[in-house]
Ligand binder design. Structure first.
Ligand SMILES: O=C(O)CCC(=O)C(=O)O
Length: 277
């Protein structure tokens, strides 16, 4: 098995702490009890780039509505600097996610590049960048920032602007994932649950609101190439029954777009019943 260099190992070690429930194996991994301590800090993305992108995104959101509309598609105007920064940011994040996927493969006893190769990560993998803007809400208990959902790809890296609001369901309770400076929360998505045959669980999460300050998050989601067939790694299935049926990722993707804020319902669609395994 290819050995990881020490910088990569460090990233993966840190990431391991961020996973909300890592390798299940019947027991909960240590360190999942206190999610407030779990972040990806040793990621190698320059702090200045993260700050600048957050600040510029905020400037954009705070423009008057009319001005904002003007800059939706063009190359000029205040949106342009965000686009360039976003490109730099997301390219770097893709490298981090690649390392994490190698680490996940190794943790499953697979060749480190097996997930990368079987899912087309280096060629056609998708990456989506979004900025979420949550202004103060006068009655936050009556509204939701984002309803409970799991992410449909491999994983999503979330950077918060210092204001908490992200919650992960853990042991049946909603747990705050409060922000730490210069860090990302790694939200494990459905494809990692499927590829690992359920050893990793995708995180059910939501965003709540507050009535005092504006909260923002930079979110980068990643998934397989749309034309790839996804299923548990063959090496895993030599030892255990499949938990999910195989599917083309684009079918999962389109189905999930329709049901995206319905807890983990897309994953339930591909879960095999006991008599089908
Ligand atoms: O804004 C957040 O804290 C969560 C973002 C999220 O879950 C998403 O964009 O899917």
């Amino acid at each position: 098995m290819k050995k990881l260099n020490s910088a990569k190992k460090e990233i993966i070690k840190e990431a391991g702490k961020s996973f909300h429930r890592s390798l299940k194996k019947g027991t909960k991994s240590k360190g999942t009890e206190d999610l407030s301590k779990q972040r990806l800090t040793n990621h190698g993305i320059p702090e200045k780039l993260m700050e600048e992108l957050m600040n510029k995104s905020r400037e954009f959101f705070e423009l008057p509505e009319e001005e904002k509309k003007e800059f939706g598609d063009g190359d000029q105007g205040p949106f342009a600097p965000i686009r360039e920064l976003a490109f730099e940011f997301t390219s770097k994040i893709k490298g981090v996610v690649r390392n994490l996927l190698e680490g996940i493969a190794e943790s499953l006893g697979l060749e480190s590049n097996s997930i990368i190769e079987s899912t087309g990560f280096d060629s056609g993998a998708f990456q989506v960048f979004a900025v979420n803007f949550y202004p103060p809400c006068p009655q936050p208990h009556l509204a939701q920032g984002l309803p409970p959902h799991s992410d449909q790809g491999f994983m999503t890296l979330v950077m918060q602007n210092g204001i908490g609001g992200l919650q992960v369901k853990h042991d049946g309770k909603w747990v705050n994932v409060n922000p730490l400076p210069n860090s990302f929360v790694v939200v494990i998505g459905d494809q990692v649950e499927v590829l690992s045959n359920g050893r990793y669980e995708s995180a059910l999460h939501r965003a709540i609101l507050n009535n005092t300050v504006t909260r923002m998050t930079l979110v980068v989601a990643h998934g397989p190439a749309l034309d790839k067939e996804i299923g548990a790694a063959p090496e895993i299935l030599e030892k255990e029954k499949p938990v999910f049926r195989r599917y083309k990722y684009q079918d999962y993707f389109h189905f999930q777009q329709k049901t995206r804020f319905a807890d983990k319902s897309s994953l339930e669609e591909v879960r095999l019943r006991v008599d089908e395994q």
